[in-house]
Design a protein around this ligand. Structure first.
Ligand code: ATP
Length: 365
């Protein structure tokens, strides 16, 4: 059982900089929580406070109902895996994995049994006599995880554990971590700035910006119902397209006037816009590249010319320059689009997002 609660947690460094501002977060037993956000948003600081490696300036941290602000890291029953693995270079893989048990004076034969069990589960059995310098990045990463697993901690904290690996190995290790999570049935808290890792691994994602939490939600909800423009733009690749528009009315129906035409709105979106008094006002539209459609000239919302066409196998990314704005399309129509070709674009209406241009909050969720 590991339930971790952060209540009004703030971290102010000695120079007065507030890296984490008054955050509230509830992590339930067996959840895989991802802290995600751009560089410097306070992810690592938050994780390090949970691990006990960083003092908490203000607020309360609870583990299974007990306040642990002042409990030392080794007494927290939480294991942390670092980006740089932090292995002891002069020790073998066996000794690295065994280290925490040796310190606790666990009997030798039990250490031996547990090291071999963990090594087998991570595919490290043949590497037990090697030193870290003789291992590949992925193997070092597995040893680092082995060192954490052997302690049977209540929670695993991982700080960008895959960032030193090449793209292919990253993909493999991501699957291994997902598998480990299924097998261990323990709470995971994982820091990354890679939103693919966030979306594929997390059961709950916490999106941070400038030391504040923007949204806490399931991967699907974050993707479909971002609370603001920042979250909408951060989650999803290629990034959501944003454009200026105006909410107007014609024959009792609301629509968005765009640079080159109009976007028809679903009844639900019309209702939200009416409720918020947006008729006659400027708004910011948002549409994901996979929800842009190529249409006829009469139907167009944006017209432009193909600037780049990228074929990715089963899908293609088309960059279309529409005046000052660039609209990106992700399509499974993979027929080559000539550079400079004129295209007429509109959106799948039910997938349209609309934001307040000033506060950047979503209007139509
Ligand atoms: P990254 O993805 O780049 O690792 P992060 O979201 O994990 O970023 P943190 O490492 O938590 O960010 O840092 C948050 C902010 O706090 C940054 O602006 C950083 O410069 C600042 N910071 C970190 N450590 C200190 C420190 N010891 N003193 C002052 N400021 C610090």
């Amino acid at each position: 059982m590991a339930e971790i609660i952060l209540k009004n947690i703030t971290k102010e460094y000695e120079n007065g900089f507030q890296a984490v501002k008054n955050i509230d977060l509830e992590i339930k037993d067996n959840e895989f929580v991802i802290l995600v956000g751009p560089s410097g948003c306070g992810k690592s600081t938050t994780l390090r406070m949970i691990a006990g490696l960083e003092d908490i300036s203000d607020g309360d941290l609870y583990l299974d109902g007990k306040r642990i602000n002042d409990v030392s890291p080794q007494d927290r029953d939480i294991a942390m895996v670092f980006q740089n693995y932090a292995l002891y270079p002069h020790m073998t893989v066996y000794q690295n994995i065994a280290y925490s048990l040796k310190i606790k004076k666990v009997p030798k034969d039990e250490i031996d049994r547990r090291v071999k069990e963990v090594a087998a589960s991570l595919g490290l059995t043949d590497l037990l006599d090697r030193r870290p310098g003789q291992l590949s990045g992925g193997q070092k990463q597995r040893v680092a995880m082995g060192r954490a697993i052997i302690r049977h901690p209540k929670a695993f904290l991982m700080d960008e554990p895959l960032s030193n690996l090449d793209a292919k190995l990253r993909g493999q290790m991501r699957v291994e971590i997902a598998d480990l999570y299924q097998r261990l049935n323990t709470t995971f808290i994982y820091v990354t700035h890679d939103q693919t890792e966030a979306m594929t691994l997390g059961t709950k994602i916490v999106v941070m910006k400038d030391g504040e939490i923007q949204q806490i939600d399931s991967p699907t909800n974050l993707f479909n119902y971002p609370v603001n423009k920042f979250v909408a733009g951060f989650i999803g690749t290629p990034t959501m397209n944003f454009f200026d528009a105006e909410c107007l009315e014609e024959n009792g129906e609301l629509y968005l006037k765009t640079a080159d035409g109009k976007i028809v709105l679903t009844p639900e979106k019309q209702q939200k816009l009416r409720e918020g008094n947006w008729v006659g006002k400027k708004v910011t539209g948002g549409i994901r590249p996979e929800h842009v459609r190529i249409c006829s000239e009469e139907e167009t919302a944006f017209k432009g010319n193909v600037s780049v066409f990228e074929l990715l196998g089963s899908n293609a990314i088309i960059y279309v320059q529409c005046g000052e704005e660039r609209i990106v399309i992700n399509t499974d129509e993979t027929a080559q689009q000539e550079h400079g070709k004129e295209l007429f674009l509109n959106v799948k209406e039910e997938k349209l997002h609309i934001f307040d241009p000033e506060s950047e909050r979503t209007i139509t969720n």
